[in-house]
Design a protein around this ligand. Structure first.
Ligand code: HEC
Length: 153
C-alpha cells in the first residue's frame, strides 16, 4: 500500500529532493538509521576538509573539491529520511521543535546548502588554495553547527 508522505523538501536547500508522494520505502526506525548514517558520511568529508584547512594533513585542492562533491551527494539523500512518521522515534536526536518550526529548520538547511554551493564552486576553481579554502570550509562547518545547536538533542 502506498502511503503519502510529506517530505521536508528543502532540508538541504539546493539539494532538495522532490519525493512528496513516495512509496513506502523505509520504515521509520530504518529511516532514522539511514539518516544518521548519511550524517556520518557527511561528517567524514568535513573532517578531512577541516584537517586540510588547519594544516593537519597536506592540502590537496582536487581532493578537497572531491570531498565537497561527496558532501553534496550525501546530503542530497537526506530528504528521503525526513517524513513525519520518524517523529518520536526513540533513536532519533532530531528535536520535536523541528517539526513545529519547519520554516526555521528548513532555513538552516538552506544556509547549509548555500554554504556548500559556494564551497563546491570555489574549490573547483583553478587557483584554489588553502587560503581560499579556509573561509568557505569554515562557513559550511558553521552551518552544520548552527542547525545542531537549535534542532538536535
Ligand atoms: C538542517 C539541519 C542540519 C544540518 C545543516 C546539519 N545537520 Fe547534522 N544532524 C541534524 C539532525 C537533526 C541530526 C539528528 C538526526 C537524527 O538522529 O534523527 C544530525 C545528526 C548528525 C550527526 C550524528 C549522526 C549519528 O550517528 O547519530 C552527525 C555526525 C552530523 N549530524 C554531522 C553533520 C555535518 C558534518 C553537517 C554539515 C556538513 C551537518 N550535520 C549538517 C541536523 C543537521
Amino acid at each position: 500500500m502506498l502511503k503519502k508522505r510529506l517530505i521536508l523538501a528543502a532540508v538541504t536547500g539546493l539539494f532538495a529532493t522532490t519525493v512528496a508522494a513516495q512509496a513506502n520505502l523505509f520504515k521509520p526506525d530504518d529511516a532514522v538509521k539511514y539518516r544518521q548514517s548519511i550524517y556520518q558520511v557527511m561528517s567524514a568529508q568535513t573532517s578531512v576538509m577541516g584537517a586540510m584547512v588547519k594544516g593537519e594533513v597536506d592540502f590537496d585542492a582536487a581532493a578537497l573539491h572531491q570531498r565537497a562533491l561527496n558532501l553534496g551527494n550525501a546530503a542530497s539523500l537526506l530528504g528521503d529520511t525526513y517524513f513525519p512518521e520518524t517523529r518520536g522515534e526513540s533513536t532519533s536526536n532530531l528535536l520535536d521543535k523541528a517539526w513545529d518550526d519547519m520554516d526555521g529548520f528548513q532555513a538552516k538547511g538552506q544556509a547549509f546548502g548555500s554554504a556548500l554551493q559556494d564551497l563546491i564552486a570555489v574549490s573547483g576553481e583553478a587557483d584554489f588554495d588553502a587560503a581560499k579554502a579556509r573561509p568557505v570550509v569554515t562557513k559550511v562547518l558553521q552551518s552544520c553547527k548552527s542547525c545542531h545547536d537549535d534542532y538536535r538533542k
